[in-house]
Write a protein that binds this ligand. Structure first.
Ligand SMILES: Nc1ncnc2c1ncn2[C@@H]1O[C@H](COP(=O)(O)OP(=O)(O)OP(=O)(O)O)[C@@H](O)[C@H]1O
Length: 329
């Protein structure tokens, strides 16, 4: 039987920032693959390496002060080997990114129509008129009301939710195969958040794009993702289908994350159960499991070596020495 290769294939990715007094090991051996049209959420607390992973896929980390090891293949292209010109063509055309704050992607001094049309002409050639027609089509697809008039707007003339939609239109302008989204909805109010997420989901189905998005919010992941990768200390500690991760998380860190969310839903004023302890120091990572110092199940041996991924279900794995102790009751 013929199998299609994954659209994203990341092997043993390591990212170290070397600009400071001590090297910061932000990503420490990430393996990840994504099928065409699939949506993966990356969860984890602040500093776990979610954004650095996404940025590595577009080579957006500051290269002079960063050491990158491993391989990143997207749509058959070897991302870490791309030359500057190839990288320019790759960005936007093969992989595109939307940010938490549209101001990072949108230029304040050009109208939205001009920006989208210019991106299309730059990547694909053709006339400005044709590109404007495509921009109009994109505005319709991302459901911006009065799209023709809105194309003539500057970013500051739109509401936050509309700016997000315009940014998504810009990101889709060159038909990318993979869309990366770094907490695309945190800056928006709840109703607009849900609308934007449903829009991403719909576009993803319509265009067959693979989506990788970072979030702090498990509820958001449930709404949109097929699979989830949970990161801790620059490693994926658990990965699997969203339903399995919600119903039967098997890494003690994921179990802790799920508990803190359950408490989050309680009445205001209830003390949240946070996972005691603090995240690992990335300038001084321990040799063993980075979660061991905070883990209720840890044995002394957990601090000695790195746990390999253990299969705990269909397409579900956890990097933990104690998965025999974490089976849901
Ligand atoms: N350019 C950089 N130079 C040095 N350290 C960096 C740089 N970029 C990120 N880091 C460090 O790498 C680690 C991982 O950062 P990253 O932004 O991926 O975390 P994150 O999981 O996305 O967190 P958050 O949810 O807060 O965005 C952090 O400790 C961060 O301080």
């Amino acid at each position: 039987m013929l199998t299609t290769p994954p659209i994203v294939d990341i092997q043993n990715l390591k990212v170290t920032f070397t600009g400071g007094a001590k090297p910061i090991s932000a990503i420490n051996g990430v393996d990840l693959s994504l099928e065409r049209g699939e949506t993966l959420a990356i969860l984890g607390e602040s500093g776990s390496g979610k954004s650095v992973t996404l940025r590595a896929m577009l080579r957006l980390n500051p290269e002079k002060r960063t050491r990158i090891e491993g391989t990143i293949q997207v749509a058959g292209e070897d991302v870490l080997a791309l030359k500057p010109k190839e990288l320019q063509a790759f960005r936007g055309r093969t992989v595109s990114m939307i940010f938490q704050e549209p101001a990072l992607a949108l230029d304040p001094v050009y109208t939205l129509g001009e920006q989208i049309a210019e991106t299309i002409v730059k990547h694909e050639g053709g006339s400005k008129d044709q590109a404007m027609k495509r921009a109009l089509d994109l505005f319709e697809r991302v459901r911006i009301p009065s799209p023709e008039r809105r194309l003539g707007n500057y970013p500051h003339e739109m509401s936050g939710g509309m700016r997000q939609r315009a940014m998504i239109a810009l990101a889709l302008a060159c038909n990318p195969k993979v869309l990366l989204a770094d907490e695309p909805t945190t800056a928006l109010d709840a109703t607009v958040q849900i609308q934007i997420l449903l829009l991403i989901r719909e576009l993803q189905r319509e265009f067959g794009i693979a989506v990788m998005f970072v979030t702090h919010d498990i509820g958001v992941a449930v709404e949109v993702a097929d699979r989830v990768a949970v990161m801790y200390g620059g490693r994926i500690v658990e990965m699997g289908p969203i339903r399995d991760i919600i119903r039967s998380p098997r890494h003690p860190y994921t179990i802790g994350l799920m508990k803190s969310r359950a408490h989050d839903a309680l009445a205001k004023g209830t003390r949240l159960e946070v996972i005691p302890g603090s995240p690992p120091d990335l300038a001084n990572l321990p040799p063993g499991c980075a979660f061991a110092p905070r883990c209720k199940l840890a044995l002394p041996s957990c601090s000695e070596g790195q746990p390999d991924p253990v299969a705990v279900g269909d397409g579900h794995e956890a990097r933990c020495f104690r998965t025999d102790q974490t089976i849901a009751a």
